[in-house]
Ligand binder design. Structure first.
Ligand SMILES: [Zn+2]
Length: 216
């Protein structure tokens, strides 16, 4: 990631990066082991966690198996939900530019890229997945993330039988509002992650529209 972007995250959310090595130029270069296309995903995580859990710390942020991986110290149920959804979002976000991308495998390597940042041949077998359907007249950019969220919640409930839930979606004043009845703090973290990230991307194209940290 570009050093200036790493430094922006550090300056805006210093508590989350407590203990990370710095030098006169900022955060030591390359500590975040991913490209800047995931900056907005990481910034969303920072925004949510800094407001919720004052003791949580990042241990590591990197790319692994083509997706974002975030490791915490002093995490809680809420942060687990945020983290898992952020990692899912990265799997449909180009790691290079932040536009919608596809997780693919080529020559044994996994990566998430848009068509501008890999060859059409690389994505050929992966773009034939079922097209994203619009949910409640929402744009495809938002609908893709809501689809991911719904699948994640269904899987989560299978392993948490006591977690009864019902998701509700609505759009108001240009913002996505996903709410739930029932559920727990992990579910709330995942939902907040989608709501917050969707406020940072274009509803239709899914492209990032906000890159300034600290804004929602
Ligand atoms: Zn790209």
């Amino acid at each position: 990631m570009q050093p200036k972007l790493e430094w922006q995250l550090y300056q805006n959310y210093p508590g989350l990066f407590a203990g990370w090595p710095t030098d006169s130029c900022g955060l030591e270069y390359g500590l975040m082991g991913c490209h800047e296309g995931w900056y907005t995903v990481i910034e969303t995580v920072c925004y949510l966690l800094s407001a919720r859990n004052g003791s949580i710390r990042f241990l590591q942020i990197k790319e692994k198996f083509g997706c974002l991986r975030i490791y915490f110290q002093r995490s809680d149920d809420y942060s687990k939900g945020v983290k898992q959804m952020a990692e899912l979002i990265s799997a449909r976000t180009c790691e290079i530019c932040g536009n919608p991308g596809v997780l693919y495998k080529s020559a044994g390597w996994l990566a998430t890229r848009c068509l501008s940042h890999t060859s059409a041949e690389n994505l050929a077998g992966y773009c034939q997945q079922p097209a994203i359907k619009s949910i409640r007249n929402m744009g495809i950019g938002w609908s893709g993330l809501v689809t991911d969220l719904t699948s994640w919640v269904e899987a989560y409930q299978k392993y948490n039988a006591n977690c009864d839930w019902k998701l509700e979606y609505r759009k108001s004043n240009g913002r996505l509002h996903v709410n739930f009845l029932g559920g727990d703090n992990t579910l709330q973290g995942a939902i907040d992650c989608v709501n917050s990230y969707c406020s940072r991307i274009d509803e239709c194209s899914g492209a990032c529209t906000i890159i300034n940290p600290g804004e929602q």
